[in-house]
Write a protein that binds this ligand. Structure first.
Ligand SMILES: [Ca+2]
Ligand SMILES: [Ca+2]
Length: 393
């Protein structure tokens, strides 16, 4: 192995500080929401049978976790049909599977029933600080994105269906938690929300749901991402895109070609593809490294200078059971920026001139702008001079 590679492999151990959304899968065995109280058109409700006021949830939660904070982007928390409840859909006589089922009495004498069906809730928040793995659960907002409430009072022949909509703040006093063990991330969200809706008169009905939602994710572990070029006979040199000096300062040639190597802690079992998701350039080819399945190689073309270009891998899975819907990396591209400062100026010119005549190696490859190998020479000095005055956006 070339000594330059050894140096940069050392830097790969640091985890990628990429911030991106993870999709957590709700665990139904640990995600039970109970109706703590309910009233239908002003009448206090109790549960039908023994299960009417409790059911489990399935679905997904999309959240972004960075070092010290968590943000909930969306969710599709789907209440499971926990039993067979009156009335039938549409508020007609009979019964059918439902998420929740309740009963109530109108005017003290007329029995009524309601059933909640097809309830799906979303979950959003601003960025919430994570302190010791805990976060303030009252910062979460719940929205009903689908679902109906069917109700029927048989004797007075009053029945119908109301759509469950609206957004309500979580009031659970217990903090939520986020933890990681064995690569698996676990979110625990205490829930205490009251959904207000209309049965007969506006906002005449409400249901308070309490309990916990537990969801897990197992993202792939990214070990590092580099931009790789072969400098002639001098060998292969990588620029670590995750930690400084991270600016790709070498030429992409006439076609703006660069090669990115994503490295993972575990061998890859699948990658859905790679694409440029921000900035100018396109993917000409990409594949799992045939020699080492820890790596995914992306060849880029049409990458313009003086820009930030983001390349995102889709649907990455690994041999440890990890999967991530998106693994992005942003490369700063600035020809001639030898010292990775974000601008090309007299400092870069002086550094290049000072290396003139020296053989290209790990100590000075950032000044071999045309990655020719051999020695740093007049061609490299001409490149940095021509680039002087340029900068990253
Ligand atoms: Ca510079
Ligand atoms: Ca050169």
């Amino acid at each position: 192995m070339h000594k330059g590679l050894a140096i940069f492999l050392g830097a790969w151990v640091a985890s990628v500080a990429a911030v991106h959304a993870e999709t957590f899968t709700i665990n139904p065995a640990q995600s039970i929401l109970t109706i703590a109280s309910a009233n239908a058109a002003g009448n206090t409700a109790t549960q039908q049978g023994t299960t009417g006021f409790a059911t489990s949830y399935t679905g997904t939660i999309d959240a972004t976790v960075s070092g010290g904070s968590i943000q909930f982007n969306s969710a599709a928390a789907d209440a499971n049909a926990g039993g067979t409840y009156q009335p039938a859909p549409g508020g007609t006589a009979g019964s059918a599977p439902g998420d929740y089922g309740g009963r109530f009495t109108v005017s003290g004498i007329f029995p009524g029933f309601f059933a909640i069906r097809g309830l799906v809730a979303s979950l959003t928040s601003n960025s919430i600080p994570l302190t010791g793995g805990n976060f303030d659960a009252t910062q979460l907002m719940f929205s009903a994105t689908a679902g109906t409430g069917d109700y029927l009072v048989t004797i007075i022949n009053t029945g119908g269906t109301t759509t469950l909509t609206g957004t309500t703040a979580n009031t659970a006093a217990t903090p939520g938690s986020f933890s990681t063990a064995g690569g698996v991330q676990t979110l625990t969200i205490p829930v205490d929300v009251t959904l207000v809706f209309t049965a007969i008169n506006p906002n005449d009905s409400s249901i308070r749901f309490t309990g916990n939602v537990v969801a897990t994710a197992h993202p792939v572990a990214v070990a590092g991402v580099v931009s790789r070029k072969v400098h002639g006979a001098a060998g292969t040199f990588d620029i670590n895109l995750v930690s400084a000096p991270s600016v790709e300062c070498r030429s992409g040639g006439a076609n703006g070609n660069h090669t990115l190597v994503f490295s993972f802690a575990n061998t890859l079992t699948g990658v859905g593809g790679a694409s440029v998701t921000s900035g100018t350039g396109s993917v000409s080819s990409s594949a799992i490294d045939g020699g080492d399945a820890h790596n995914y190689i992306v060849n880029l073309t049409g990458v313009s200078n003086a820009q930030r270009v983001t390349v995102t891998l889709a649907n990455v899975t690994d041999s440890a059971g990890g999967n991530s819907s998106a693994v992005p990396i942003t490369m700063d591209v600035l020809l001639g920026d030898a010292n990775s400062s974000g601008s090309v100026n007299t400092t870069d010119i002086a550094q290049t001139k000072s290396a003139s005549g020296q053989p290209v190696d790990a100590s000075d490859f950032r000044r071999d702008f045309n990655f020719s190998g051999g020695t740093i020479n007049a061609t490299d000095i001409a490149v940095v001079k021509a680039s002087s005055g340029t900068a990253l956006p």
